[in-house]
Design a protein around this ligand. Structure first.
Ligand SMILES: O=C(CO)[C@H](O)[C@H](O)COP(=O)(O)O
Ligand SMILES: [Fe+2]
Length: 230
C-alpha cells in the first residue's frame, strides 16, 4: 500500500478529527464518514496511564486503520502522550503512522526521539503542554516537520480551549522554520477554529466537536469552513 505524502498534506489548512471521541464499536465507519467529508488527517491519541492518567490505544489500532486511511489518500497523525516515547516510535511507524508527535515533557532525549521518528520513516513532531514554553521547541526546530501546541491539558477530550494558546501559536509560528506545520489540539470547535488559524495554526485537531456530534460529517464541514480550510 503506497503512503500519502505527509509533508504535502500537512502544508495546507487541515482539520484533523481525533478518534478519541469516536464510537469505538464502529471506528472504521466513523473514520470513513469524516474522510468522505474531506478529512485528510486522522488524529490518534495514545495515552499510557503514566504521562497522563488515561490509557487509550496502541499500534494495533493504527494498524487496523492504516489501509483504509491510506487508500483514501489520508494520513494517520499519531499523538503520543506516553513516557519515553523514543522507545515506541518505531512500532507506531511500522503500524502505519505517517506523523508521530512526542511530548517535550515526556523524555530527556527530545532531539534523539525526533531523529528516531525520522529514521523510522515518519514525519517528526513535538508537542508542548500549556505550562511549557514554546521556546523549548526552538532547540529542535531544524528537526521538526510539525509542532503541536496543546490548548488543553492533555489526557481528555471535551475540555474548554485555553485562550492563552493563541499567543503561543503565534510565538511558535515566528520561532520555527516556515516548512514546519503548526498543530493545535484541544477545545477546537466552530468558535475557536478561526482564531487558531489566524494565529498561525494550520492543522487543527477536533475530537468532541466532530465525533461528539450527531452528524460528524456536517460538524467537520462547519469547522473546516470556520478555519478557512474550504
Ligand atoms: O490530545 C488530546 C487530549 O489530550 C485530544 O486530541 C484532544 O483533546 C481532542 O479532543 P477535543 O477536541 O474534544 O478537545
Ligand atoms: Fe491529541
Amino acid at each position: 500500500m503506497s503512503r500519502p505524502n505527509a509533508s504535502e498534506l500537512l502544508s495546507a489548512i487541515r482539520i484533523a478529527p481525533s478518534i478519541l471521541s469516536a464510537d469505538f464499536a464502529r471506528l472504521g465507519a466513523q473514520v470513513s464518514e469524516v474522510i468522505a467529508a474531506g478529512a485528510r488527517v486522522i488524529h490518534v491519541d495514545v495515552m499510557d496511564g503514566h504521562f497522563v492518567p488515561p490509557i487509550t490505544m496502541g499500534p494495533i489500532v493504527v494498524s487496523a486503520l492504516a489501509d483504509e486511511v491510506h487508500a483514501a489518500g489520508a494520513l494517520l497523525d499519531v499523538h503520543l502522550m506516553i513516557e519515553r516515547p523514543e522507545r515506541q516510535v518505531a512500532e507506531f511507524a511500522k503500524a502505519g503512522a505517517d506523523s508521530i508527535t512526542v511530548h517535550a515533557e515526556a523524555t530527556p532525549h527530545l532531539n534523539y526521539a525526533l531523529g528516531a521518528i525520522k529514521e523510522a520513516g515518519a514525519n517528526a513532531a513535538a508537542a508542548v503542554n500549556p505550562g511549557t514554553p514554546a521556546s523549548v521547541l526552538g532547540e529542535v526546530g531544524d528537526l521538526l516537520d510539525m509542532a503541536l501546541c496543546m490548548s488543553v491539558n492533555p489526557g481528555w477530550g471535551g475540555q474548554p480551549f485555553l485562550s492563552s494558546s493563541l499567543d503561543k501559536l503565534a510565538r511558535l509560528r515566528a520561532l520555527l522554520p516556515a516548512s514546519a506545520a503548526i498543530e493545535v489540539d484541544g477545545g477546537v470547535d466552530v468558535r475557536t477554529a478561526g482564531a487558531c488559524a489566524r494565529h498561525g495554526a494550520n492543522v487543527l485537531v477536533a475530537g468532541s466537536a466532530i465525533f461528539g456530534q450527531a452528524d460528524p460529517a456536517a460538524a467537520y464541514a462547519a469547522i473546516a469552513q470556520a478555519a478557512g480550510a474550504v
